[in-house]
Design a binder for this molecule. Structure first.
Ligand code: HAM
Length: 547
C-alpha cells in the first residue's frame, strides 16, 4: 500500500454496518415511551417479561421457523462457535493441513501430510469425547472419510504428485467440513427462544397459561429499505399452555372456544397497546390457515397446487418457483400482473375441518364481543412454518410497502417439535422500528429534551454554590446544565437558550453574599430573586402548573 493510500485508510471513517443504524435522541425518548407503554399495558393482562440470549443454536430456529423459509435458508447470521484456547492442537493441525502445498512434481514427500492427517483424526476423536467439539454424525462421518482417504494416499503417494494431488485436495475439503464448534445464529425472531425457555425452565409446572413478553433486537439479512433493517427490534408476546390431557370427543368444542378466547384476548391487548400509543390508521387482518391434517390444510394445499399449475404460465418466476416449494406463499405475491389470477384461487376457509372452522367462528365472535374491529384476509399467509389456525397481521399508516407493523398467530405443537411436552401457543411480534416510523410520520415526534435550569455562575465562591444547587435540583428531578468552567453571563445565557433551558439561575459573588439568587425565565426574560430554600419550592410549583 502506498503511503498516501495508507494515510487515507487511517483516516477512513467507520460507519454503521449496512442494514443497522444508530437510534439517537430525541427519537430514543419515543422508543422508551413505546416500551414503557408495553410494560404497562402487558402487565394489566398478566404478562411477565422474559429476556432471552440474542444467539441460540441454529438448529432451534431451523426446526421452529422451518428450514425452507426465507428466514432460515437465506437470512440468518450464523457462525461456528469455538474457543481457540480449548482446542489449540487441533486448530494447529487443521491449519497445517489446510495450508499444505502439494510438492513439485517428481518429489515424494507426502509422509508429513499423512502424519498430520492421522493426528488430526486422532485429536478430533478425543475432543469429541471431551465434548469440546460436536460429536455429531456429520463430524463422525467426515473423520471416517478422512481416514479412508489417508489410507488411499498411503498407496498412491509413491506414484508421485500427479496421482496424489487430487486425494490431498479431497482430504483438505473434508478437514474444512469438520465443525469445530456448535453452529449458532443471531436470533431472527423470539418465539423459538421463548418456547425453548418455557421447556428449559419447567414453566409447564406453573399455573397455565404462561404469558410472557420480550423486547429486543432481532437479525435478518434482508435487503435494507425503509422499514426493513438487518438489525431490527421486536416487542414480542407469547401465551403458552401445556396440554394436560387430549380434548376428548365430548369436550373439543369447549376447548376450541377456550383457545379462541385466548387468541382474541391476545389481539385485544395488542390493539389496546396501539390505541394507547395513538397509532394512526391501523387495520387488523385475520385469517385461519387450519391445521396440518389431510382433512384440512393439506387438502387445501393439494387443491391450490392443482389450480396454480393451471395458471403457471401467467405467473412470474418467483411464484412459479413457489408452486413447487410452498404454494401458500404464492398468495402473498404483490406482483401486479398476477393479481387477477390469484384473486380467483380457492379459499382456505372453504377447506377448514369442523374443529378449525369452529375455532375460527369462535375467534370472530370473541373479537366482536371485545369490540375489536377486523378485516378477514384470505390471502394472509405468514412467512414462518409454525402457524396453525389463527394468523393475523396489523398494518399502519405511513410505512410504504413495508406496512406490516405486527404479525402473529397460533402455533400449537411447536413446543413439542422442540422436544417439549404437547403445548398450545399463540403470540405476536410488533416491529418496533416500523411502529416508531409510523408514529413519527403521524407527527408524534418527541421534542428535543431541553434543560429545566441552566446555572450561569462566575467566581470561586459561586462555583461551590452552583455545584450544591445543581445537586439539589437534580435530586428533586429537574434537569440541570452546570457549565464546568465559569462563563461571562452574556455567553452563559446564550448557551442556555441554545439548549432550550426554561430558566437560567444566575450565581455571581453578589448573589452568594446576599443569599438572593436570581432566576431568569428565558421565555419572557423576566427575573425574580429567591432565597435558596424558596427556589426549589417555586420551581416545583411551576412544574406542577405546567404538567
Ligand atoms: P414476523 O412477521 O416475521 O413474525 O415479524 C413480526 C414483525 O416484525 C413484522 O410484522 C415487522 O413489523 C417486523 N419485522 C420483521 N422483519 C423486519 C425487518 N427486517 N426490519 C424491520 N422490521 C421487521 C415473527 O417474527 C413471529 N415470531 C411473530 C410471532 C410471535 N408469532 C407468534 N408469536
Amino acid at each position: 500500500m502506498s503511503e498516501g493510500a495508507a494515510k487515507k485508510e487511517e483516516r477512513r471513517k467507520f460507519q454503521a454496518i449496512k442494514g443497522t443504524r444508530d437510534l439517537l435522541p430525541p427519537e430514543t425518548a419515543l422508543w422508551n415511551r413505546v416500551e414503557q407503554t408495553a410494560h404497562e399495558v402487558f402487565a394489566t393482562y398478566g404478562y411477565g417479561e422474559i429476556r432471552t440470549p440474542i444467539f441460540e443454536q441454529t438448529e432451534l430456529f431451523a426446526r421452529a421457523v422451518g428450514g425452507e423459509t426465507d428466514i432460515v435458508s437465506k437470512e440468518m447470521y450464523s457462525f461456528e462457535d469455538y474457543g481457540t484456547d480449548e482446542i489449540p492442537e487441533l486448530l494447529e493441525q487443521r491449519t497445517v493441513l489446510l495450508t499444505w502445498q502439494v510438492p513439485p512434481l517428481g518429489t515424494q514427500v507426502f509422509e508429513p501430510f499423512i502424519i498430520h492427517s492421522l493426528n488430526f483424526c486422532k485429536l478430533a476423536a478425543s475432543t469429541f469425547n471431551a465434548r469440546q467439539i460436536p460429536g455429531s454424525p456429520e463430524n463422525q462421518r467426515a473423520l471416517q472419510d478422512i481416514s479412508a482417504m489417508v489410507e488411499k494416499l498411503k498407496i498412491v503417494y509413491s506414484q508421485g504428485a500427479e496421482e496424489s494431488a487430487p486425494v490431498v485436495a479431497q482430504i483438505k475439503e473434508r478437514v474444512r467440513e469438520v465443525k469445530l464448534g456448535d453452529e449458532l445464529s443471531l436470533r431472527p425472531e423470539a418465539t423459538a427462544s421463548v418456547c425453548r425457555a418455557y421447556v428449559e425452565h419447567g414453566m409447564q409446572q406453573l399455573p397455565q397459561p404462561v404469558k410472557l413478553y420480550c423486547i429486543g433486537p432481532m437479525f435478518r439479512r434482508e435487503r435494507p429499505q425503509k422499514g426493513r433493517y438487518r438489525q431490527f427490534h421486536q416487542i414480542d408476546a407469547e401465551v403458552l399452555e401445556v396440554v394436560r390431557r387430549e380434548a376428548s370427543e365430548h369436550d373439543w368444542e369447549k376447548e376450541v372456544r377456550k383457545d379462541a378466547a385466548i387468541d382474541a384476548e391476545v389481539i385485544e391487548m395488542l390493539m389496546t397497546f396501539f390505541a394507547k400509543l395513538e397509532l394512526a390508521g391501523t387495520t387488523l387482518y385475520i385469517h385461519s390457515i387450519g391445521h396440518n391434517g389431510p382433512d384440512c390444510r393439506r387438502a387445501y394445499i393439494g387443491k391450490l397446487y392443482n389450480e396454480l399449475l393451471k395458471i403457471k404460465g401467467k405467473l412470474g418466476a418467483d411464484s412459479q418457483r413457489r408452486i413447487a416449494t410452498n404454494p401458500l406463499r404464492v398468495l402473498d405475491s404483490k406482483l401486479e400482473s398476477e393479481q387477477s389470477y390469484i384473486e380467483k384461487l380457492p379459499h382456505m376457509a372453504d377447506y377448514l375441518c369442523p374443529s378449525c372452522a369452529a375455532h375460527y367462528a369462535s375467534l370472530k365472535r370473541e373479537l366482536d364481543l371485545r369490540g375489536v374491529k377486523y378485516d378477514e384476509n384470505w390471502r394472509l399467509v405468514r412467512g414462518l412454518d409454525y402457524y396453525m389456525r389463527t394468523t393475523f397481521e396489523i398494518t399502519a399508516k405511513g410505512l410504504g410497502s413495508q406496512n406490516a407493523v405486527c404479525g402473529g398467530g397460533r402455533y400449537d405443537g411447536l413446543v413439542e417439535l422442540l422436544g417439549g411436552p404437547p403445548t398450545k401457543g399463540i403470540g405476536f411480534a410488533i416491529g418496533e422500528d416500523r411502529l416508531i416510523l409510523s408514529l413519527l410520520e403521524s407527527g408524534k415526534a418527541p421534542a428535543q429534551q431541553g434543560r429545566d435550569v441552566y446555572i450561569a455562575w462566575m467566581g470561586e465562591r459561586a462555583n461551590a454554590t452552583a455545584i450544591r444547587a445543581a445537586k439539589d435540583l437534580r435530586k428533586a428531578g429537574f434537569s440541570v446544565e452546570l457549565p464546568p468552567v465559569e462563563q461571562k453571563f452574556g455567553k452563559a445565557l446564550g448557551q442556555a437558550d441554545k439548549l432550550g433551558a426554561k430558566y437560567a439561575l444566575i450565581l455571581g459573588d453578589n448573589e452568594v453574599s446576599s443569599g438572593d439568587w436570581t432566576l431568569k425565565t428565558l421565555a419572557d426574560g423576566s427575573q425574580a430573586k429567591f432565597k435558596e430554600r424558596d427556589l426549589l419550592e417555586h420551581l416545583r410549583k411551576q412544574r406542577a402548573l405546567s404538567s
